[in-house]
Design a protein around this ligand. Structure first.
Ligand code: NAD
Length: 509
């Protein structure tokens, strides 16, 4: 079955690692051997770009920008509409490839492609709404307004856990804004990126989109470093670990470029005495174990009121006992594998650290062995009782480890929720209006996303997505996130016969 999918998506046993849109370039960098964490089997090889091949893609992108920026935005939107159609046609196959290459469940693989389709729809509408403000001038016979222009090349660096959606969040908006894009996907999931390039190439060709509008450069960290340091690229949108974000932002900042950062999270749900506990349970369990805990918005911490702690943790333990772990392509399973054996090592190390730092386990973790788990990447979701201050709890472990802790007052719970270096997603489960509003107020959650009676995991594309503190401060997707991809220009037009200066300054000749 996977062989059919690969064929349909033009994945060869050996693949080139760079494209300028419809043209694949010969690439001669290091070869990446890609295997599936689902069954450990080799899928395909991809050769990375070397520096001169990378330079070719960037030069082509720079050239393409000169034409693309002159296309009316709604016409660029029409290209994005057609890309959305192409994704609709390929949703089943691309979702399966994402699931097989990355290890997330099939439902989540399809969900990721649906998110791409949704952002296309959003961007099409946006292409007619890239508006600025008008202001009243203090000078007679003058008019002031602002407009938004494209920046140039948007460099997109993406993480393994959303192999395709993060690219589309950036690219679809950047394109309607008039930018061209060069994408460096995660070296762990390059095949999904290659498939995307194949899916959209006919749209680009049929519409005579300039070659270079949609560049792809595959490679490891060093290719990301080239992008970050490249003065031809005014905006770098980087999604990944806080470690990576700190490096990228300092390199981009040193050249006074712009960076849009979407980094790690350490997301908590507060369970109050007034919560609907059965509803809360679904949000907590899906948030903690979905994508095997490998979402930036995964629920890592539960801050539970002492009066419901016993009842709620018992419900959690029971629910964990019902989880089915196994092949992500089997729709019966709830939890798939971690991305690779290195991630398994980090998970095991974290379990050891939890014990050393004083934590105890309500549900034990461990690596799964046996015929269904031959890849060696399957682990048991676990639950540990901890203190929020433990160093391990302050750190994002990208695995299905859920921390539980008690609180007495809502103020204490909010302080605990905020007392981590990251600030992505947060939630409160309560039917108490006062507590909900306090959580959402300026004295409440310090995260970019704050939910009431919804878990932390996942988000709709209509809102701006991103987080504060070590999550990086970037916003992507909906609302007015498009502004990050454009430069603002203030225009003042004098239609009078005089030239009065601002602030009443006199300058007579
Ligand atoms: P990672 O930081 O290891 O890699 C992400 C990307 O950055 C890859 O393409 C990688 O090649 C590149 N990269 C690594 N070092 C670099 C450097 N020094 N310069 C330039 N590029 C570099 O992250 P990962 O393991 O792929 O993904 C997991 C992390 O991503 C988690 O921390 C997760 O929370 C985060 N994430 C955040 C969001 C968000 O929207 N906030 C979304 C998805 C994932």
């Amino acid at each position: 079955m996977i062989a059919d999918i690969l064929q349909q998506l033009h994945i060869q046993p050996e693949n080139k690692g760079a494209s300028t849109g419809t043209t694949w370039l010969n690439t001669s960098g290091a070869v990446l051997d890609i295997s599936s964490p689902a069954d450990g089997k080799a899928i395909a090889k991809v050769s990375s770009v070397n520096r001169s091949e990378y330079d070719t893609v960037i030069a082509q992108a720079k050239e393409a920008f000169k034409e693309w920026r002159t296309w009316p935005a709604p016409r660029r939107g029409e290209i994005v509409r057609q890309i959305g159609e192409a994704l609709r046609k390929n949703k089943t196959a691309l979702g399966k490839l994402v699931s097989y290459e990355m290890g997330k469940s099939l439902q989540e693989g399809w969900g990721e492609v649906q998110e791409m389709i949704d952002i296309c729809d959003f961007a099409v509408g946006l292409s007619r709404q890239l508006h600025g403000l008008t202001m009243h001038s203090e000078r007679p016979g003058h008019r002031m307004y602002e407009q938004w222009h494209p920046l140039g090349i948007t460099g997109i660096i993406s993480a393994f856990n959303f192999p395709v959606a993060v690219w589309s969040w950036n690219a679809m908006l950047a394109w309607v804004c008039g930018n061209v894009c060069v994408w460096k996907p995660s070296e762990k999931t390059p095949l999904s990126a290659i498939a995307c390039q194949h899916i959209i190439k006919d749209v680009l060709k049929e519409n005579n989109v300039p070659e270079g509008v949609c560049g792809l450069v595959i490679g490891g960290r060093e290719v990301g470093e080239w992008l970050a340091a490249d003065t031809r690229i005014p905006l770098i949108s980087a999604t990944g670990s806080t470690r990576m974000g700190k490096i990228v932002s300092s390199v981009v900042g040193a050249r006074l470029g712009r960076s849009l950062l979407e980094l790690g999270g350490n997301n908590a749900i507060i369970i109050t005495p007034d919560a609907d506990l059965d509803m809360a349970l679904i949000g907590c369990v899906f948030g903690a174990v979905g994508t095997a805990g490998q979402r930036c918005t995964s629920t890592r911490r539960l801050i539970i009121h002492e009066s419901v702690y016993e009842t709620f943790t018992q419900k959690l333990v029971k629910a964990y006992g019902q989880l089915r772990i196994g092949d992500p392509l089997d729709e019966q399973n709830h939890v798939g594998p971690l991305i690779d054996k290195h991630a398994v090592q980090l998970y095991l190390q974290s379990i050891e650290d939890i014990r050393k730092q004083g934590g105890s386990f309500l549900v034990e973790g461990g690596v799964l062995n046996g015929d269904a788990y031959t890849s060696g990447c399957y682990v048991k979701p676990c639950i540990a009782a901890v203190e929020n201050s433990y160093p391990i709890v302050q750190h994002e472990t990208f695995a299905p480890i859920l921390y539980v802790m008690k609180y007495k007052t809502i103020e204490e719970a909010i302080a605990m929720q905020n007392d981590v270096p990251q600030g992505l997603s947060s939630a409160i489960m309560t039917l108490n209006l006062r507590e909900a509003e306090l959580f959402l107020s300026h004295g409440g959650s310090d995260c970019g996303i704050a939910n009431v009676n919804i878990g932390t995991s996942g988000a709709e594309i209509g809102g701006a997505f991103g987080g504060e503190k070590e999550t990086g401060g970037g916003r992507e997707s909906g609302s007015d996130a498009w502004r990050a991809y454009m430069r603002r220009q203030t225009n003042t037009i004098n239609y009078s016969t005089q030239l009065p200066l601002a602030q009443g300054i006199k300058f007579d000749l």
